[in-house]
Design a protein around this ligand. Structure first.
Ligand code: ATP
Ligand code: MG
Length: 344
């Protein structure tokens, strides 16, 4: 606290208080002045944070009480400020703890999700081992198709249909095996051969005529050229069938159109499967590739696209999706070209 007389030798009290106020605004300032000094008081109130003044002559008791009460007030103010500061620091610490906690919670949740995923996968592994066993038993009936082929070597129609049945049986074996491989996260090396993409697709499309879901959709091919790529026909076929099945599911029987396109871009062969179906909402576009993501409830396992992606990556290629709700969806596969058949 500083108590200054207004009239002093060398400097006026109001000036002194102004200087002190600039460097130490917290110091309590009191002025003593004669009746004529009220202008100086007004000046000090406006410029020097003056809190109290006494006109001469003052009662020393008065002065004493005022000093005491002002000092007490200042002490309380400082204490208040300290408390506020502590409160702010505590609040900051609390905020930090909260942030750390939410981060920990997020990590926990991720770990938990991974655990659930791993558990599901191991369950799929166990299930598919069982399924493989049962399916194999049931598929023994396919021996009849072989018998038919042997007994009617000259009947072209029977030969063809028996061939389809056997091929279908082989596909079922492969699919179950694929599931088990997927669940065990195994990488299997299968045979890759250089093949014409359009030829493989044509073969596949003649085969899916027998698939009820697919045969009810209009399938249009648009082959711009005939690239040859390194592929495993069964695996590649599995990818295309998965994509066409998804497309068929997304479209209606009367208006559904599925376009299969082949073109090239630099040294890449592009295979497109395009539909005019319900489309995929933007917030799902990242999720569709994750195992078990499905919007089909009981009807879907949500493994289709995960398997597609894995197979295409094993072919050194990539697969992407573009979609617009209520307009349609296009899946594009890019595979490295071996060579392109020159136009006939
Ligand atoms: N052509 C498409 N049009 C609209 N949505 C699609 C299309 N293809 C995939 N989806 C969406 O992506 C999800 C995941 O597809 P995915 O093939 O992985 O699994 P699924 O078809 O649900 O089940 P399944 O394992 O039997 O294939 C689908 O449930 C669907 O919501
Ligand atoms: Mg699917």
């Amino acid at each position: 606290m500083i108590i200054a007389d207004e009239v002093m030798p060398g400097m006026r009290g109001s000036q002194l208080l102004e200087i002190v106020h600039k460097s130490s605004p917290d110091i309590i300032k009191v002025m003593l002045t004669g009746q004529a000094g009220l202008d100086a008081v007004a000046y000090a109130i406006n410029n020097a944070g003056l809190v109290k003044y006494f006109t001469k002559p003052w009662e020393s008791k008065d002065l004493q009480l005022t000093i005491q009460s002002l000092l007490e007030k200042g002490r309380l103010a400082r204490k208040n400020e300290k408390l506020t500061q502590e409160l702010q620091e505590n609040y900051k610490k609390l905020e930090q703890t909260y942030n750390e906690l939410s981060l920990a919670y997020k990590q926990l949740k991720e770990t938990q999700d991974q655990l659930i995923q791993a558990e599901k996968l191991s369950l799929v592994g166990q299930l598919s081992t069982g399924i493989a066993h049962e399916v194999k038993n049931q598929l023994n009936m396919l021996g009849f198709a072989e018998l038919i082929q042997e007994e009617y070597p000259d009947d072209k129609r029977l030969q063809k249909y028996a061939g389809y049945i056997l091929k279908s049986g082989k596909n079922i074996y492969n699919l179950v095996d694929e599931m088990r491989r997927f669940a065990k996260k195994e990488q299997r090396q299968y045979k890759m051969e250089t093949a014409s993409v359009t030829e493989v697709l044509n073969k596949l499309l003649s085969f899916i005529r027998f698939d009820k879901l697919l045969s009810s959709r209009k399938i249009i091919t648009n082959f711009e050229n005939h690239p040859f790529v390194c592929l495993n026909e069964d695996k590649f076929g599995q990818v295309i069938i998965n994509l066409i099945r998804n497309a068929a599911y997304a479209t209606t029987e009367d208006a559904g159109e599925i376009k299969i396109g082949v073109s090239t871009n630099g040294n890449q062969a592009l295979i497109e499967v395009q539909d005019n179906g319900c489309g995929i909402p933007e917030e799902h576009l990242d999720q569709i590739w994750t195992p078990f993501f499905t919007t089909k409830g009981e009807e879907g396992t949500g493994l289709g696209l995960d398997i597609c992606k894995r197979i295409i990556e094993e072919h050194n290629g990539s697969i992407s999706c573009a979609s617009q709700v209520n307009v349609g969806t296009t899946f594009t596969i890019a595979l490295p070209i071996k060579y392109v058949m020159p136009a006939a």
